[in-house]
Ligand binder design. Structure first.
Ligand SMILES: [Zn+2]
Length: 203
């Protein structure tokens, strides 16, 4: 099927964005996206392996006293290029979210094509700061184990402040990014890590 539509040329990989366009222009092509932000996507075993690595990084962050978040940057062949965990507390820098650190590394070390064909796996869906940076740097798809919506729910249940930034989904900040998540089962592991952190702070 050919789309004579500039939106498809510019934003062809934007899953939700294309879905919304499809509702207007091509209501019969819903099979186009293999990933969506509905929580019902198929996560491959390879994806799950990278996500488990992110959770291990999140666990290390939590043990160090930082927020329980970890992320991995993977190239088009599946090779891990760079990984990091949250360091906002131990380095006293609010921008040291792992997703943001990966963007900065990718800018310095990857070509535009390499960035566009990469995947960022992350324990928790990007915050607006990281989603914007990811998009500005032209990085590829994002797969997360737990969503921002889940984080809000878990924080609310635990009586934890939601913070000063609106917890927008990635595609509300950057509609052109292909996203997948959450990953059933793995998201529960993240919830337990967060709960441990929050109960420690409250104690
Ligand atoms: Zn962030």
């Amino acid at each position: 099927m050919f789309h004579h539509n500039s939106f498809y040329t510019i934003q062809g990989l934007g899953c939700l964005y294309s879905q919304s366009l499809r509702k207007i222009h091509h209501p019969t092509t819903s099979h186009f996206c293999s990933f969506s932000n509905t929580g019902n996507i198929m996560i491959s075993e390879t994806d799950a392996r990278h996500l488990r690595h992110c959770i291990e990084l999140a666990r290390q962050a939590a043990q160090a006293g930082d927020g329980a978040f970890g992320s991995v940057l993977v190239d088009a062949t599946g090779q891990v290029l760079k990984e990091d965990r949250n360091r906002t507390v131990t380095n006293s820098d609010v921008t040291l979210h792992p997703e943001f650190t990966l963007v900065k590394w990718a800018q310095d070390n990857l070509s535009p094509t390499e960035r566009a064909t990469s995947t960022v796996y992350t324990s928790g869906e990007h915050c607006p700061m990281c989603a914007a940076a990811h998009a500005y740097a032209g990085l590829g798809r994002i797969i997360y184990a737990s969503s921002s919506e889940q984080l809000v729910q878990w924080k609310t249940e635990s009586g934890v402040s939601l913070g000063p930034v609106a917890p927008l989904p990635i595609n509300q900040v950057a509609p052109g990014i292909l996203v997948g998540g959450p990953a059933p089962g793995l998201d529960e592991e993240i919830r337990e890590l967060h709960r441990l952190c929050w109960s420690r702070k409250a104690a």
